[in-house]
Ligand binder design. Structure first.
Ligand SMILES: Cc1cc2nc3c(=O)[nH]c(=O)nc-3n(C[C@H](O)[C@H](O)[C@H](O)COP(=O)(O)OP(=O)(O)OC[C@H]3O[C@@H](n4cnc5c(N)ncnc54)[C@H](O)[C@@H]3O)c2cc1C
Length: 638
């Protein structure tokens, strides 16, 4: 019988553990890996606030699990698990029962209310995909209602938002909402001064895990965005349309319809109720140094569920993504070693590199570095680092496909300039306006090839004299003499006073030349490439003709592609490649520079209007996305 491994929970820890296990146990045909989650998708919890405050679309934070594990020997099951019988190795869910030999418990966390149980019906939490959507829809509803509310007091109540918890999650939520306010005010024609966002916490500074200076910066930024901090205040209760807090000896009852709770978390119900495993503080599971439950050596614990203090540390591992990634690696290694009966078990010794914080889409703070030495990053680099880290994570989960869609959501299709690079990369030009340029570019390629055919490029060797002629042109302008004169008679060089604009050599590997011989000519000379051409192509007539034929037919194909808008992206890419090959051989003359930039314009789907791609691409995409290797390498065309 096969050895059954079940990974319970497809969050950061579960997904990475299952993927790594599958890789390590690929050759073990007697192993079956199953991953179970109550949702058919993986949720990017770290981006929930972006959906809650309308920065990105909801689909950007959900990743289909079937896609993640496509082409991999991992069985994906959707079920809400209710109990685990650790003695009998049996998992029970609402849909089915699942036996296991090894279990990886990775069910994550949930919000906790520190005993204030009567708060729950009156607040919003921010710990799931549904939570984020609920907050977003509710916020829109509040603005919609406020826009029709003539009574000032009632309107202000609708527009009063309270976020409780000034840790990373609360600050991110407050900042995101504050950034959303001017957009909503414009949309619903509401005065910005009517909207009030408050952030409440018992602590005396936001994000206490940061050094004081960064907390001050956080506070300053929040205030700049009109967020009202209410610190050293304790929530005491909430009811229909209000919340109560206690500050400076005074009980305050604040009227609000929006109370978002981000003040604390504990491990998931399944973890907290797993007494046989040994439940520790916050419902987490106590593990040994190999991340196994202390009571059941066939149960590994991952991510937020772990309660373990690594050697030399004073506190248990943090409930953060980096801990999920590190634990996934250790568990995959140890579980595989268990199955293969090797002694290559490794102790869990994670090194954490700090924390990052976004206050809206345009401003970030980071306190990062090595395990022992950390430093703050300026906002631009903090945001850059955050996006980069997300992309590295995505590359592990859903490869290029998710990186591309992340960049699309966060940068290239971002609305209202809500990104750290503003809206500079997101402005769109109606693509029908570019059609004349596409046709002109294509027609020019066809025209150039016809000229070449008429000049005998398909049957007489001309490449050597063509390149020599260009070389002579540059040599004349650079040195005043041309020692390569073959074909140089064709060149018309006007007399100019200072013909050399740029002549810049980079370690003898690349030389950048910009000269004025009547018109500007630009060349990037790569001596190594020249040597190869001069050795393997130029001395042989057949090779020259072969090259010439290839160039002519490629130009015709590119030209037709662009004129008819068929495979436009590919045609544009080849058009660019041709230009680069000219740039590095004969150089580009100013009259053709536009072709280089024209190619760039059509790199991403410029043929989707008034072109054949409009009809052809959807059909090709349908077939492409079903191919095995496409699924396996995540190179979907969405
Ligand atoms: C708004 C927000 C912002 C955050 N920002 C950051 C940040 O910037 N940096 C950082 O490091 N961390 C951040 N975190 C924390 C980080 O998201 C968690 O540490 C991480 O998600 C934990 O991963 P996990 O795999 O242990 O659990 P999760 O990601 O929570 O995954 C657990 C999975 O188990 C499933 N599950 C639970 N119970 C059951 C059940 N009974 N049956 C079936 N399936 C079940 C869930 O559906 C879920 O898919 C943030 C969290 C939030 C909410």
């Amino acid at each position: 019988m096969k050895t059954r491994i079940v990974v319970l929970g497809a969050g950061y820890a579960g997904v990475l553990t299952a993927k790594k296990l599958e890789k390590k146990l690929k050759k073990q045909k007697d192993v079956k890996i199953t991953i179970i989650d109550k949702n058919p998708f993986h949720t990017m919890l770290t981006e929930l606030h972006e959906v809650a405050a309308g920065r990105v679309e909801e689909e950007s934070i959900r990743i289909n699990l079937k896609r993640v594990f496509a082409g991999r020997d991992v069985n994906v099951v959707t079920d809400n698990i209710t109990t685990v019988d650790y003695d009998n190795k049996l998992i029970s869910g609402e849909v089915g029962k699942y036996e296991y030999d090894y279990l990886v418990l990775a069910t994550g966390s949930k919000p906790t209310f520190y005993g204030l149980t009567d708060l729950e019906p009156h607040l919003f939490t921010l710990w799931s995909y549904e939570d984020a959507i609920k907050i977003h829809e509710h916020t829109l509803d509040m603005f919609r209602k406020a826009s029709k509310e003539p009574n000032e007091e009632k309107r202000k109540e609708l527009l009063s938002f309270y976020i409780v918890g000034a840790g990373l999650t609360g600050v991110e939520m407050a900042g995101e909402l504050a950034e959303y306010v001017p957009i909503l005010c414009k949309k619903f024609e509401i005065k910005e001064s009517d909207v009030k966002i408050h952030i409440v916490d018992a602590v005396d500074r936001p994000v206490p895990i940061f050094p004081k200076k960064l907390s001050q910066k956080t506070l300053a930024r929040l205030e700049k965005m009109n967020v009202i901090p209410i610190l050293e205040a304790k929530i005491t209760g909430a009811g229909e349309g209000y919340l109560e807090y206690y500050k400076d000896g005074v009980h305050v009852k604040a009227a609000t319809k929006t109370f978002i709770w981000t003040a604390g978390i504990q491990a998931s119900d399944l973890s907290s109720s797993s007494e046989p495993l040994g439940v520790a503080r916050g419902g987490r599971i106590e593990t040994d140094e190999y991340l196994r439950s202390k009571n059941y050596s066939n149960v590994y614990v991952a991510g937020d569920n772990i309660f373990y203090t690594p050697e030399g540390e004073t506190s248990p591992v943090p409930q953060m993504v980096e801990n999920c990634e590190a634990s996934a690696k250790t568990i995959a290694n140890n579980l595989a070693a268990d199955i293969k009966k090797t002694d290559k078990q490794e102790k869990y010794a994670p090194k954490f590199h700090g924390a990052m914080l976004c206050i809206g889409g345009r401003y970030g703070l980071a306190y990062v570095g090595t395990h022992t030495k950390k430093f703050a990053l300026p906002s631009f680099f903090a945001m850059f680092a955050k996006h980069l880290i997300n992309m590295v994570y995505f590359s592990h989960v859903l490869g290029w496909n998710k990186i591309a869609s992340y960049l699309k959501h966060e940068i290239f299709r971002i609305k209202n300039k809500r990104s750290f690079v503003g809206g500079h990369f997101a402005n769109t030009t109606p693509s029908f306006l570019t059609v004349p340029l596409r046709v002109l570019l294509g027609a020019t390629w066809i025209f150039i090839s016809i000229e070449k055919i008429q000049g005998g490029w398909l049957n007489t060797p001309q490449l050597a004299s063509f390149v020599a002629s260009a070389d002579a042109f540059y040599e004349y302008l650079l040195y005043g003499v041309a020692d390569t004169v073959a074909g140089a008679t064709e060149i018309v060089i006007e007399t100019v006073n200072n013909p050399v604009w740029i002549d810049f050599d980079i370690f003898g590997l690349v030389r950048i030349i910009l000269v004025d011989g009547g018109e500007l000519a630009f060349k990037i000379q790569i001596p190594m490439m020249d040597t190869m051409l001069n050795t393997f192509v130029m001395p042989y007539d057949n090779m020259q003709i072969m090259f010439q034929v290839a160039v002519v037919f490629t130009q015709i194909a590119v030209g037709l592609g662009l004129v008819f808008g068929l495979f436009t992206s590919l045609s544009a890419l080849v058009s660019l490649a041709l230009q680069v090959s000219f740039l590095t051989s004969t150089g580009l003359y100013m009259s053709t520079w536009w072709m280089f930039f024209g190619g760039i314009v059509f790199l991403f789907g410029g043929g989707s209007t008034f072109g054949l791609d409009y009809y052809v691409m959807p059909v090709i995409k349908g077939y492409w996305n079903k191919l095995g290797f496409v699924k396996k390498w995540y190179i979907y065309h969405d």
